[in-house]
Design a protein around this ligand. Structure first.
Ligand code: FES
Length: 181
């Protein structure tokens, strides 16, 4: 007579199968749920509105345009150096600054500043911009995008959280973005 407390081989494999499937389901579900809740759980909902330091104003001589970098406010532990984002800082005089996105307003290639000619040049399709960021020539339909910035206690900070697109709200790309024409 079979012992009723003994589990059959079929029953054992069924239980192991259910357990294994459960583990796989959890392993798949956890990253999906974390992704869906990420904007809440990481407190990044308003990260694009945060002010990010660029450096002391004394680091930017009057009348010059210099390259600077900042930490993208959307930083995640695995991002490493990729969150260091470049921008061009133009100090007009005193506390008057312009901070330009490094990306060309055409298709996003990084533009370079040439002090000798007083132009930003894009290496991809020949787009050019004047020192104030306005369009000079080439395929871009507008000037360089500008970060909103402020100067407080000798420190310049920018609002850098939103990636620029031609359709971005004017509030986040500067009140008077330099436009073509
Ligand atoms: S990406 Fe700059 S001109 Fe096309």
């Amino acid at each position: 007579m079979p012992d009723e407390n003994l589990i059959s081989r079929r029953g054992l494999f069924t239980k192991i199968g259910v357990l294994f499937n459960g583990l796989v389901a959890v392993a798949i579900a956890v990253p999906i749920v974390r992704f869906l809740l990420s904007s809440i759980t990481r407190g990044r909902g308003n990260a694009y509105l945060s002010w990010v330091p660029l450096g002391r104003t004394s680091e930017f001589p009057e009348g010059e345009t210099r390259l600077a970098t900042f930490r993208n406010p959307y930083v995640m532990p695995t991002d490493g150096k990729t969150v260091d984002t470049a921008c061009w800082v133009r100090r007009i005089e005193g506390d008057q600054f312009q901070v330009f996105a490094i990306n060309c307003a055409h298709l996003g290639c990084p533009v370079r500043w040439f002090a000798q000619s007083g132009l930003f040049m894009c290496p991809c399709h020949g787009g050019a911009y004047y020192r104030d960021g306005s369009r000079a020539s080439g395929p871009p339909e507008r000037g360089l995008f500008e970060y909103p910035h402020k100067v407080e206690n000798g420190l310049i900070t920018i609002q850098a959280g939103e990636l620029f697109t031609p359709g971005a709200s004017a509030a986040l790309i500067g009140k008077n973005p330099p436009c073509a024409g």
